[in-house]
Design a protein around this ligand. Structure first.
Ligand code: ATP
Ligand code: LTN
Length: 331
């Protein structure tokens, strides 16, 4: 690979991507490919920290892979692979786990949220989820990690784990930096704008899926929860409108001031319709490209097989050095 900084990121195949995943993360991944060496991954091993139906997981993993390509990831420029195909992630995860404190993991807000939501299955994978995430990143000694705002805490932990390893065994890991967009780092649920929009939300009206058709997208925006005023402006306490303005701004590039004047004197109905239409039109090319790609199973297989081979080759070099550092005997 060329001598550029290295980017790593991953997304879970827990369903189809939401507008939150798209604006907060995935749509930023494509444009980074020219400036950086990029490695992207569908993290199916993270997905099984909550119960998954095996047939659905398999389908969602392949769909997620195709969807990343449809969102602009080019397998000629970047390494794009499926996490479970590359064994080094699990191997490094064990070693990093031995350098991570119980207390640190107990403080992770995602763990607290998810263990409440899945109270019947608080398994150890859910608890050590951030260790596997640190392994994903450190197995490539990545410099930058483009994610939404909700992953900041996990990234800080990854840095702490890397630092601790470096102190114990001698400088080795690069400390990865988060790369979080200024706008749209936290797209909120359309039904409860105090909660983040999430793939696993049970209420379909809360979430825009990037594969939803135009009518569905418009209908969901029309039903979005707002407030009892009738003024399109960005202000504290107007969580619903603030969220819609953020979405509209991030797909059109218009500033909040422009949006406020565009809708001055108009009601929420007009604004919601404009957001719905704009988002649907913006996503149309992604849907068209996804439909084309997902039918071509042979091509997808070729891409993810080659992606896994490249990722394994790269990370194997890193892991071999880690094994030596911790005192494992050479094979
Ligand atoms: P789940 O609900 O299954 O936990 P999720 O929707 O949170 O999934 P992930 O696969 O965990 O999605 O996240 C993929 C990427 O999308 C991450 O970089 C994450 O920070 C980002 N992301 C997820 N939700 C949002 C959101 N609402 N706004 C902005 N970015 C988001
Ligand atoms: N935990 C992340 C997904 C993820 C990830 C990673 C992101 C797993 N491994 C490595 C960046 C780098 C999430 O989005 N929920």
């Amino acid at each position: 690979m060329e001598n550029k900084k290295l980017i790593f990121s991953g997304i879970q195949p827990t369903g189809t991507f939401t507008l939150g995943n798209y604006i907060g993360a995935v749509r930023n991944w494509g444009p980074l490919q020219d400036e950086y060496n990029c490695i992207y991954c569908v993290v199916d091993m993270h997905a099984i920290t909550v119960k998954q139906d095996p047939a659905k997981l398999r389908r969602n993993t392949l769909d997620s892979y195709a969807l990343l390509m449809a969102c602009g990831i080019d397998t000629e420029k970047s390494i794009l692979f499926i996490q479970s195909h590359v064994k080094t992630h699990a191997e490094l995860s064990w070693i990093l786990g031995c350098n991570t404190q119980f207390g640190e993991l107990s403080r992770m807000t995602q763990f607290k949220d998810k263990s409440q939501k899945h109270a019947d299955d608080v398994n150890s994978g859910l608890f050590t989820y951030p260790v596997l995430m640190a392994a994903d990143i450190l197995a490539y000694n990545a410099d930058l990690v483009p994610v939404g705002g909700d992953q900041k805490q996990h990234l800080e932990l990854a840095r702490n784990i890397a630092q601790r390893f470096n102190q114990r065994y001698g400088d080795f890991f690069t400390l990865p930096e988060p790369y979080i967009p200024k706008l749209g780092a936290r797209v909120m649920s359309l039904q409860d704008p105090t909660k983040k929009m999430s793939k696993s939300d049970e209420n379909p009206n809360a979430v825009i899926l990037i594969l939803d058709d135009k009518d569905t997208i418009i209908r969901k925006f029309k039903r979005a929860v707002t407030d009892s005023e009738a003024e399109v402006c960005y202000r504290d306490g107007k969580d619903g409108i603030n969220n819609l303005m953020t979405i509209y701004s991030s797909v059109t590039g218009k500033s909040f001031a422009d949006i406020e004047s565009e809708f001055a004197g108009k009601g929420y109905g007009d604004f919601k319709l404009a957001v719905g239409e704009t988002v649907a039109d913006h996503l149309q090319p992604v849907r068209t490209e996804f439909d084309r790609l997902v039918k071509d199973k042979e091509y997808l297989k070729k891409c993810y097989t080659e992606g896994a081979e490249k990722a394994l080759r790269y990370s194997q070099r890193v892991i071999s050095k880690v094994y030596r550092k911790v005192g494992f005997v050479d094979r």
